[in-house]
Write a protein that binds this ligand. Structure first.
Ligand SMILES: [Ca+2]
Length: 442
């Protein structure tokens, strides 16, 4: 729709009185002040005057045709609404003018001299004008309401269009993320191949900048050697997160999943807490089952467990495969073959074996103990069997303790299952779990 159309429409209405009404300078005026402005309407007497001198008058207005444009747009509709408002004002003005003219004619008492308009047959003159004005008013009101409806519809459509375009952007972002991830893999593999390229001794060797760091070993690969927190993205479909990297133990490149140091963090937590993680990743913490799943899914990982007791004895356990399934599969753990000094407590015996077990928390029983919840009994979340030969998430005791064996526990620790004098249980000063890609080269 062009604005010009509406200007024409407006002009047509503005001109309407002029077509019909002639300036009434020759109409008799009362008083001796300055001449009044010409009345925009001239009324004509119907010729029927009553005994008291009251005469009837009539006004004839031209027919009104409004042409609506075929297409609307919100900005133009705003203009149209303004036009409609001005039309309404115009109609009101005409109505008032009509009434004024009538009053003026009444005042002069010379109705016959003002007559230029042809009387409208079949209707009293005043009523005819009022009827026409009301008709115009109702038409304008209807038009205004139609336009408002059209505007609302267009606004709704625009909203939907914006939503669609946002959805589209998300798709594109995720597509680009996947492409970047693929490119990173290709670039990294080319970098590996290039180490055996002929003439390499003449080439300045730069470590290839990784675009995505999936775990701590990727930071190690670009030369990072300080044990620190780093941001990793094991799966580009999910957001990245902070992890603590051990860049010293056995060549470094380790992503730490869990740490116990001083009992500052409570490990007696809900399923939800174990799912998202808790604690301080520079001190005591559980990284979170969702993150552990993503990390162990992105690469074939090995697990290292470090333990230290209150006598200063430090031992470790190494497993050549470690994977944690997703939440739907209750974070089931897969533990590979053992190597190390602390003993294979995760595969303690046929009866006590944590491999292939679901995760259990005090509020979610997925263990193999039919008469109760091992998580509730041992105050922690863990891959319980029925129930434990190892539990690194047990309660932190600062020394030996009595009662339920709900402390940090590693069933193959030297002397741990031997009867302690006075029934004391053994506890650990430090425990740590961390993972590294199986094919990592220090
Ligand atoms: Ca149970």
């Amino acid at each position: 729709m062009q604005l010009a159309t509406w200007c024409w429409l407006s002009a047509a209405i503005l001109a309407a009185p002029g077509l019909v009404v002639v300036a009434s300078n020759d109409t008799g005026e009362v008083g001796d002040g300055p001449p009044k402005a010409a009345c925009p309407l001239r009324l004509e007497s119907s010729g029927k005057c009553e005994a008291g001198g009251d005469c009837a008058f009539q006004v004839r207005l031209p027919p009104l045709t409004l042409q609506l444009p075929k297409h609307f747009s919100p900005i133009e509709l705003e203009e149209v609404l303004k036009e409609v408002q001005s039309l309404k004002e115009m109609v009101n003005h005409l109505k008032k003018s009509c009434q004024d003219c009538r009053l003026q004619a009444d005042d002069t008492g010379e109705p016959g001299r003002s007559g230029l308009l042809v009387p409208s047959p079949g209707a009293p003159p005043g009523e005819a004008a009022d009827g026409r004005v009301q008709e115009l008013e109702s038409e304008v009101n209807k038009l205004s309401s139609d336009l408002k409806t059209a505007k609302e519809e267009i606004d709704g459509l625009q909203g939907r269009l914006q939503t669609l375009s946002r959805l589209n952007m998300n798709n594109i972002e995720s597509y680009i993320d996947r492409k970047v991830a693929n490119l990173t893999v290709v670039v990294n593999s080319l970098d590996g191949k290039c180490s055996s390229c002929p003439g390499q001794e003449h080439t300045q060797s730069h470590p290839v900048q990784h675009l995505i760091y999936k775990d701590c070993s990727d930071y190690h690969a670009i030369g990072k050697r300080s044990s620190e927190t780093y941001r990793v993205t094991p799966d580009s479909k999910y957001s990245s997160f902070e992890v603590y990297c051990d860049m010293e133990t056995m060549g470094g490149g380790w992503t730490v999943l869990q740490a116990r140091l001083d009992g500052s963090t409570n490990f007696n937590r809900s399923w939800q807490d174990y799912k998202v993680g808790f604690g301080n990743i520079r001190r005591e913490f559980w990284l979170g089952n969702d993150k552990i799943h993503l990390l162990t899914k992105s690469k074939d990982m090995i697990l290292r467990i470090d333990l230290e007791d209150f006598n200063g004895v430090k031992l470790y356990a190494l497993y050549d495969h470690f994977y944690v399934a997703n939440e739907f599969l209750k974070y089931r753990v897969h533990v590979g073959n053992y190597n190390g000094t602390a003993g294979d407590a995760l595969h303690f015996s046929k009866q006590y074996n944590h491999d292939m077990k679901f995760f259990t928390t005090p509020d979610r029983d997925n263990d193999r103990y039919p008469s109760g919840n091992c998580g509730l009994f041992y105050s922690s979340g863990w891959w319980f069997d029925a129930c434990i030969s190892a539990n690194l998430n047990g309660k932190y005791y600062h020394q030996k303790y009595k009662g339920v064996r709900n402390g940090i526990f590693w069933g193959t620790w030297p002397g741990i299952t031997e009867a302690q004098p006075s029934g004391y249980k053994f506890s650990f000063k430090e425990a740590r779990m961390m993972i590294r890609p199986k094919h990592f080269k220090p």
